[in-house]
Design a protein around this ligand. Structure first.
Ligand SMILES: Nc1ncnc2c1ncn2[C@@H]1O[C@H](COP(=O)(O)OP(=O)(O)OP(=O)(O)O)[C@@H](O)[C@H]1O
Length: 260
């Protein structure tokens, strides 16, 4: 399923948070949104999972305006792991993951054996099956994050939207998640702060600054020291990963920094 953000602007209380943003993501492509704090990454992603409606412009799924689809229909296609994803209720891990099946159920319909099997597969994939009976309130930050990823996978979406999914994850689970994003065959939009992980994971990157895309392309076309200085205000050297050829940035901490 392909996704297009077509000239999307979002205004809230007189401020323009996203400004005429254009971005196309092909079916099965992994596109990373990178940009400084406050550049509009989360706001753009919110338009995709319908937490926000663009003030002007449209989000298209396979050419259909998302706003014209019933909410349940778009929820069957688009799963999101967001910064607002909450696990504050005293549910077990299995119950939280099962919520991912909700868009596929009618009324009070119960989960079938096939639904539970999909939940188990998602829990195995994110390494939380052994926690299935535990209360989510008792989990560590990284374990909770993996449960939320399992919930999104149990939804069996065609588009995955992830806002800083590596938050709280140790390095093994970061690599496992990002490798999965590369292999899963889904259309993926992911906001990432770590430019090196973004370069290693994504087919293309879109660099956001002040609510709009300032550059888009394959990681080696996008990540150059000049752009990183202009957009992020930091000094880096560019090297090439010796095995994969991915561009990697080395931070130069001896250069004067900006505001922390
Ligand atoms: N409801 C709101 N009302 C007013 N301003 C908002 C609202 N939501 C977001 N903003 C502002 O919009 C800008 C973009 O925010 P957004 O969360 O999209 O940025 P981001 O690129 O995801 O940042 P971060 O990297 O810090 O997560 C920020 O300046 C933020 O303060």
């Amino acid at each position: 399923m392909d996704v297009v953000l077509d000239d999307v602007s979002v205004e809230v209380a007189g401020s323009t948070l996203v400004d005429r943003l254009d971005l196309s993501v092909g079916s099965g492509e992994v596109v990373g949104l990178v940009g400084p704090n406050g550049s509009g990454k989360s706001t753009a992603l919110r338009c995709l999972y319908r937490a926000l409606r663009p003030t002007t412009g449209a989000v298209l799924l396979d050419g259909t305006d998302l706003a014209s689809l019933p909410l349940a229909e778009s929820a069957r296609s688009v799963a999101a792991l967001t910064q607002e994803s909450r696990t504050e209720l005293d549910f077990t891990v299995a119950e939280v993951v099962a919520l991912g099946r909700a868009p596929h159920l009618r009324g009070n319909q119960q989960l079938t054996d096939a639904d539970w099997e999909l939940c188990r597969q998602a829990m195995r994939r994110t390494d939380v099956e052994h926690l299935a009976g535990r209360s989510v309130l008792s989990l560590s930050g990284g374990e909770r994050q993996r449960v939320l990823i399992a919930r999104a996978l149990a939804q069996r979406p065609r588009v995955l939207v992830l806002d800083e999914p590596t938050n709280h994850l140790d390095v093994r689970h970061q690599v496992a998640l990002l490798s999965f994003l590369r292999e899963c065959g889904l259309t993926v939009l992911v906001a990432l702060h770590d430019l090196n992980l973004a370069a290693a994971t994504c087919d293309r990157l879109a660099v956001l600054s002040r609510g709009t895309v300032v550059r888009t392309g394959k990681p080696h076309e996008v990540l150059d020291p000049e752009l990183v200085r202009d957009v992020f205000g930091v000094s880096v050297s560019l090297v090439t990963h010796p095995r994969t050829g991915a561009p990697q940035l080395l931070h130069d901490l001896t250069e004067p920094g900006g505001t922390p």
